[in-house]
Design a protein around this ligand. Sequence first.
Ligand code: IPE
Ligand code: IPE
Ligand code: MG
Length: 249
Amino acid sequence: MSTDPTQRHVHLPDGPIPRHVAVIMDGNGRWAAERGLPRHAGHREGMKAVREAIEGAAEMGVGILTLFAFSTENWQRPRDEILALMALLKLYAESECEELAERGIEVRVLGDLSRMDPESREAIDEIQSVTDGGGAMRLNLMISYSGREDILQAVRALAARVEAGELDPAAIDQERLEDELFTAGLPDPDLLVRTSGEFRLSNFMLWQLAYTEIHISPVLWPDFTRADLSEAILDYQRRERRFGRVSTR
Ligand code: IPE
Ligand code: IPE
Ligand code: MG
């Protein structure tokens, strides 16, 4: 629990809580630049906001929280920044592992992990196995992830099964494809939050976000608190989800 007194009286939304919340955690670099600090200082500070979002989501009764931590395109950033980010991810996995397990938070790291260094992959294996079976909330950390790559690797898996004679191409439907996505077995996000005021998806969960409600927060990720998450959920509760049908209100 946070001991910051400003965080204690956050209004918990009383309406329907989104079952699955996805977050594009953006604005670390700008947070650092505003303070004359190097970009990695923003990423380090962003870890506090990760903790805040996880605790807040669990307290509000969110079932699945999906955090976009590093995109496939982010591999094109300067080597120093990538190394700093990978070191932070490893540090996060190692330092938060036990606390997450105690809170019953089951962690899955989703993305092309083959590009990560062996030590980071070891830390990922460890956090996944130690938190396995946690029933309070599922936490997906999207690392080395891109929505288009997610769909492509699913298509490759289906094509391999067709080639092996196990699958009739005519039997490929939305469910079959979803079964091959990194998010297999999970419902689509109900709410997407993007911080730092950017209005774009940046190749995040392109299949899964088809009917997701979007909340853009102006807050830079390191400043994001559970009060901002609560505000996003209140905004979500004011939406009417029609899924292409006519209004029932
Ligand atoms: C988000 O913050 C973290 C990652 C993409 C890894 P940025 O690093 O994109 O910060 P800005 O957008 O440059 O402010
Ligand atoms: C999206 O943010 C990726 C993550 C938050 C991990 P970026 O900062 O990489 O996206 P763009 O470049 O602004 O679209
Ligand atoms: Mg950014």
